[in-house]
Every structure is written in structure tokens, then in C-alpha cells.
Design a protein around this ligand. Structure first.
Ligand SMILES: [Ca+2]
Ligand SMILES: [Ca+2]
Length: 354
């Protein structure tokens, strides 16, 4: 009995031991599983961090791409703008090309004009207005040549040296006048033709002014006779007579410029009369003996030799008398009539003989 009890106890002890072992095994398995789960968690965490870095990298690549695209396109627009400015400026330099000027110089000058070197877009779109500001003085052109209007005298018309002069300042918008009235406003450009290496301005009217003001503020009329207020009867000898009637000085009464020619004697003349019809002075004349020799061409002073407009913006319309010369280059006699006084060169005897 004792033995049986002992055996049972031993068996129980063994069972207990085996239970403990099982428990320990279970515990170990649980620990292993836990460890495995932990490892997985760490892996998953590492994987999440990796994805975030990858995403950030991808985003950076995309952002860099967008930035590069923007920069390329904005730079391209910038270059396109500057290129078109360069092309338009180069057009103004085509005369230099004809002269055989160096292309490098042309490009240098064109770039200097556009401000291309600093990569910004400061090139003004209102180029003509900017250039107008550059001109300290009014520019007046007569048949595309520069007319100095600072003094009342017979003045020589000046060609433009587009290699030396600040020639860009002449490539501007001009307000043109023809036949005693305003014509239009247009950009004047250098002539493609050269005159002893010099140029003139093309694309503008007979008289062109750089500033926009009313150069013909009062009506200018032309009649094919001598008005009755002029009592001088000497005109009966002349075949053609034209009278320009206008209030030059703006004092409310009109003055008279009479142009007349005798086709038989070959004599023609331009004379000035005041508002009372009194003779003031002869402005210019030419006689047959001064016509071009060896030529059948007849020459009479005509209304084409006379222009009337305010060339110095003082409200008084000046007289512009074109004086022909044997060389072919005309001069212009500028005269101003104000307060009953005529200033300028009068009684000019024209000659077409060398
Ligand atoms: Ca007057
Ligand atoms: Ca004037």
C-alpha cells in the first residue's frame, strides 16, 4: 500500500514535471512568436521609413523637373523677346551691312542697344518714345534730310552718318506735312541708298517733325491769282501766278506769298506781301540765264519751292523756301514773320550753273 502510494506520488510528480516542461515549452514558443512578431514589426517600420524616403526623393525629382521646365520656358520666352528686339534693331543696321561693316560690330552695337547682356527684360516696348526723350532738340526733316531750324537763314540740309552720329535717335516716329496740311505719323528709317557713305530718312513726308504738335495751326489757302488787296499791277506780265494766303504769326490777319513766272522771259520769283497788301520783300528768284546749260529742262520757281509750317514750335508758321543748286543738293531758306518784321535771308538769286 505504501509502495502504491509512493508510485502514485512519483507519477504525480512526473506529471507535474512534464506539465512544467510543457508550460516552459509553451512559454518558449510564445516568446519565440513574440520575438518573431517584434522582428516583423521592426521590418515593417523599417519598410515604412524606406517608403517615406523614397516618396520624398520622388517628389524632389518631380519638383526639380517642374522647376527646370519652368526655367527653360521662361528663359526661352526671355530669349525670344530679346531675339525679336535684336532682329528689329538689326534691321536698322542693314545699311552698315551694305557698307561692308563687320558683322561682329553690328551684333555688338545691336546688343548694346537692346541691353541683351544682363538677362532681364528691361528693353522698353515703347522704343520710339524712349528715343524721343533721348533727343534734346527737335528734329525737323526736309525731304528726309536734317533741317537746322535754330536760326532764320539759308541752311544746308544735312545727311546722317549712321556710323558716327547717334544715328538711332533719328530712327523715330515723325509727324509729316505735305501740301500745307498734316499727313500722318510714321516711323522714319534709314535709306538703303547711300549718298557718299551717308544716309537720309525714308518713309516720311516732305517735312517731318519729331514732336507731335500742331505745326499748321491756321489754314493755308492757295489761289491761282493775285488777291485784290495787293494793288501791285506788275503781275500782268506773268503766265502763271499762285498766291498762298495764311496768317503766319497768328495776329488775326493774313499774309500773302506770291509765286509767279514768265514762260517767255524765263523769269520766276517768290515775293512776300503783308496783310494790307503792301510789298515786304522778294524771297527768291531765278532767270533764264541761270538755268542748267546744255539741258532742255526749264526751271521755274513754283509752289513746290514753298512750305509753310511752324518748325520750331513757337506758334508762328515759318516760311521754308527751297533754293535749287547746280550740285543737286538744295538748301532751305528759313524766314519768320512776326510783329510786322520779316527775318531771314531774302532776295536769293538762284542758279543752276556750276
Ligand atoms: Ca498775320
Ligand atoms: Ca515757328
Amino acid at each position: 500500500m505504501q509502495d502504491l502510494k509512493k508510485n502514485n506520488e512519483e507519477t504525480e510528480i512526473k506529471n507535474e514535471e512534464s506539465k512544467v516542461e510543457v508550460k516552459e515549452e509553451k512559454s518558449n514558443v510564445v516568446e519565440e512568436i513574440k520575438n518573431e512578431i517584434k522582428e516583423e514589426t521592426v521590418k515593417v517600420k523599417i519598410g515604412t521609413v524606406g517608403n517615406a524616403v523614397l516618396f520624398a526623393f520622388f517628389a524632389l525629382v518631380v519638383a526639380t523637373g517642374i522647376l527646370a521646365y519652368y526655367l527653360i520656358h521662361s528663359t526661352k520666352d526671355n530669349i525670344d523677346q530679346q531675339y525679336s528686339n535684336l532682329v528689329s534693331d538689326l534691321a536698322a543696321y542693314e545699311n552698315i551691312v551694305e557698307e561692308g561693316g563687320s558683322v561682329a560690330n553690328i551684333i555688338d552695337e545691336a546688343i548694346a542697344g537692346t541691353g541683351l547682356v544682363p538677362a532681364n527684360n528691361t528693353v522698353a516696348t515703347e522704343v520710339t518714345d524712349d528715343r524721343k526723350i533721348m533727343n534734346e532738340e527737335l528734329v525737323v526733316l526736309y525731304k528726309g534730310l536734317i533741317l537746322d531750324t535754330t536760326k532764320m537763314d539759308e541752311v544746308k540740309l544735312k545727311y546722317i552718318d549712321n556710323k558716327i552720329d547717334e544715328s538711332d535717335k533719328y530712327v523715330i516716329t515723325y509727324y509729316s506735312y505735305e501740301h500745307y496740311s498734316y499727313k500722318d505719323s510714321k516711323l522714319g528709317t534709314f535709306s538703303t541708298q547711300l549718298y557718299d557713305g551717308l544716309v537720309k530718312i525714308e518713309g516720311v513726308g516732305k517735312v517731318a517733325i519729331s514732336e507731335n504738335y500742331e505745326a499748321i495751326p491756321r489754314d493755308v489757302k492757295v489761289i491761282n491769282t493775285v488777291p485784290s488787296v495787293i494793288t501791285n499791277t506788275g503781275f500782268t506780265d506773268y503766265d502763271t501766278v499762285k498766291t498762298i494766303i495764311t496768317d503766319l504769326d497768328g495776329n488775326g490777319v493774313e499774309e500773302y506769298i506770291v509765286i509767279y513766272a514768265n514762260k517767255k522771259s524765263g523769269y520766276s520769283k517768290i515775293s512776300f506781301y503783308d496783310s494790307k497788301g503792301s510789298f515786304v520783300d522778294d524771297l527768291a528768284s531765278i532767270e533764264k540765264s541761270k538755268w542748267r546749260k546744255g539741258s532742255n529742262a526749264e526751271y521755274y520757281l513754283s509752289i513746290d519751292n514753298v512750305d509753310i509750317l511752324d518748325v520750331d514750335n513757337d506758334g508762328i508758321m515759318e516760311l521754308l523756301i527751297e533754293i535749287p543748286h547746280a550740285t543737286g543738293d538744295s538748301t532751305v531758306s528759313l524766314l519768320k514773320y512776326n510783329n510786322g518784321k520779316l527775318t531771314g535771308k531774302t532776295r536769293i538769286e538762284c542758279s543752276l550753273i556750276d
